[in-house]
Unconditional design. Sequence first.
Length: 296
Amino acid sequence: MRDPYEVLGVAKNAEIKDIKKAYRKLARAHHPDLRPGDKQSEERFKEVAAAYDFLSDETKKAAYDRGEIDAAGAPRAERRFYRDFAEAGRGGRYTAAGETFGDFENSDLFAELFRGVRRDTRKMRGADVRQRVDVDFLDAVNGAQRELLLPDGRRLKVTIPPATTDGQTLRLKGQGQPGPGGGPAGDLHLELAVRPHPQFTRKDADIYADLPVTLGEAVLGGRIEVPTVDGVVSMTIPRGSNSGTRMRVRGKGVPTPGGTRGDHYVTLKVVLPDPPDPDLTSLIESWAANHPYRVR
């Protein structure tokens, strides 16, 4: 992989907040779900995801900034170590310039230690993968199943748990990059971004919404249908209700760990006919002339 800073278009040693901002911008621009069939964009998305995964790991980022590892995560000193060995003449000692292993070269102890190093290196754990996932508001509240396209081209079914919050991270063990030489795979970290809803807002386990009502419903009262995140319910509007009146529908909010749900709150908004109704205008003119009252 080329320089991850260059892939994300950020300065060397950039802070994680700048790295995350750049990643989100590029991920949105090249996500395969938004550009179906665009192979070039899909490859760019994979490269961006891999670079973010690398730099979001504080340990790897610090080691890379110090020059201890390369963009693939391999120790630079280890690479030189094996290169120097490979460049030794046929039948010559495996030594770096000016150095010698002396009598240890043929010892059983040295051979065992060397095999141990190779065995540990061969079974290194794979890298973790991070991916941003946009989630619909209702799916975040009620839970849902999604099929995701991963940076490596795999498709994976993922369960979005009920009561998911914006910015929540799901960890899927063993779904990251495979480990070298058969080592354990890394993990997949899904950062969930909940899309806003045109009608509902959420605070903890409760849902809030404005509820338009007609003048007749506000003055005379009656039963009306109210949409909630848990389906449509019937609610009674009291006579003489004003705009701004808040009413509660119990148990129709966000699911809670105890198996119950929060509440759904509606704020009444009285809406007049559009365009104005001449009969209503005439009625109000007659009524207002004989029934003045102050509201300010």
